[in-house]
Design a protein around this ligand. Structure first.
Ligand code: CMC
Length: 431
């Protein structure tokens, strides 16, 4: 806490209130308003939390004006180029990059927890064959608390680690089971001799009837996408995990709440929505019509994959994915994908349009990720599930951090009440 104070003046009697300022290591300071209501009987009002820091955190830093994203201080560009998803997972959870033995041991631990209980497989039978995989993912993850209630003591650090490993290890297995349920194929057991993303491809695409060759290009592309999606500070789903977790609920329930929050098209569901939008636009000559619709205040249509609450500059993750998109499509022999051509033209036109320029609406991480997922053979309704697999790392890291923060209290926002003031009940005959 700095010695500086922020001064608020009460317009009724001109009395002043001095509020302490909190500074982080980088980024804007925050006015500590914790005592405002108790001492002065006044709330603050900030719908959508545009100016509100809900906690302090040492995990991820974003500078939205400059387009900077750091995981534990390391630029995401460097991690994307030099690291791997499991190494980044270790970094986000533990705060430091692992040594070689630490990484080997961590990788072994994750691999050791990839299987799900055999009876959990039967849970899937209850779902309709075309259930959305995000609904299956959130309910099956929630159900894990029924299978692992022996290790949900949130005050026990050993239980907390065990939970972290189980979630991160089992998300791909559950995701693959949801996919196989949708397409009516047998579930495929994980292979612990494979790296995280190769194992995921194996569980998605292999069948018992014939051998399956894992494409290293696809595994590499997934690994990179997962690094870019692993964490993004206090976004809607992470804040949901923190809020649910702050009540002391079991961590599987908190992560299931995060999955539900991620599903919406304004958040992780945007990658699915981008592909649906590109399919709807259909051809380059239709772009102008859709740009006009996106700008029309009376039309609910938005350009999906554009805009971000925090980035008022090019999303650094989108920059990396954009480059990678070309490389992956080329390596997979799909460089002439008409969707990519359409996406590139749409981006070009939007970036020159006054509306998008003035509002600083740049392509975000989800604008290109769906094109890569599609090229890898992953169906559109699984895109947000892929995002959830990667983001589970961030959710777990934030949940762990919150529980070890001495300042943690149950999250309990207040409101400005706009309903009827006190009134007396009237018998039905008098209404
Ligand atoms: N197309 C057209 N207009 C837009 C768009 C868009 N994609 N995004 C924002 N605007 C306009 C919006 O209408 C508003 O205009 P005005 O000031 O005249 O009312 C202005 O830009 C500011 O938008 P906002 O909705 O107040 O901004 P927000 O910070 O509340 O919302 C957002 C951020 C990401 C929800 C929004 O930009 C959006 O809906 N984008 C499309 C969905 C999308 O791609 N979401 C993925 C986000 S990145 C992945 C993740 O981290 O979840």
């Amino acid at each position: 806490m700095s010695d500086k104070r922020f001064v608020l003046t009460n317009p009724d009697d001109q009395s002043s209130v001095e509020l302490p300022l909190i500074s982080g290591s980088v980024g804007p300071s925050a006015v500590d308003i914790g005592a405002l209501y108790k001492k002065h009987g006044i709330f603050t009002y900030d719908p959508g939390f545009v100016s509100t820091a809900s906690c302090s955190s040492a995990i991820t830093y974003i500078d939205g004006e400059q387009g900077i994203l750091l995981y534990r201080g390391y630029p995401v560009e460097q991690l994307a180029e030099k690291s791997s998803f499991l190494e980044v997972t270790y970094l986000l959870l533990k705060g430091e990059l692992p040594t070689k033995p630490e990484l080997e041991s961590f990788t072994h631990t994750i691999q050791y927890h990839t299987m799900i209980k055999e009876t959990l497989k039967y849970f899937f039978r209850g779902f309709h064959h075309d259930a959305h995989p995000m609904s299956m993912l959130s309910s099956v993850v929630s159900s894990l608390s029924a299978f692992y209630h022996d290790t949900t003591d949130i005050y026990d650090p050993v239980d907390r680690d065990m939970f972290a490993w189980r979630i991160i290890a089992k998300m791909p297995t559950i995701a693959a089971a949801a996919y196989k349920h949708n397409i009516g194929q047998p579930f495929i057991y994980p292979r612990n001799d494979l790296d995280y993303c190769s194992n995921l491809l194996h569980m998605f695409f292999s069948v018992p009837a014939e051998p399956y060759q894992i494409d290293p290009v696809a595994a590499e592309a997934l690994d990179l996408l997962f690094i870019l999606h692993a964490d993004h500070e206090q976004n809607a789903s992470t804040s949901t995990v923190r809020l649910a977790g702050s009540s002391g609920t079991n961590p599987y329930a908190a992560i299931a709440a995060g999955i539900s929050a991620l599903w919406g098209p304004a958040h992780g569901g945007a990658n699915e929505a981008v592909l649906e939008m590109l399919a709807e636009i259909g051809s380059v000559k239709e772009i102008d019509k859709y740009i006009a619709r996106a700008k029309d205040k009376n039309d609910s249509f938005r350009l999906m994959g554009f805009g971000h609450r925090v980035y008022k500059n090019y999303d650094p993750r989108a920059k990396i994915i954009r480059q990678m998109c070309h490389k992956v499509l080329e390596k997979l022999g799909k460089q002439d994908d008409p969707l990519l051509e359409l996406a590139l033209r749409l981006e070009e036109i939007a970036l020159k349009d006054d509306y998008f320029v003035e509002k600083k609406l740049y392509p975000n991480v989800d604008f290109y990720s769906g094109i890569i997922y599609k090229a890898l053979g992953i169906p559109t309704n699984m895109f947000t599930v892929m995002f959830a697999i990667a983001r589970s790392v961030g959710w777990v890291a934030h949940w762990q951090e919150m529980l070890s923060d001495p300042a943690m209290r149950i999250g309990r926002p207040r409101q400005v009440y706009t309903g009827a003031p006190h009134r007396d009940y009237q018998p039905i005959s008098k209404r």
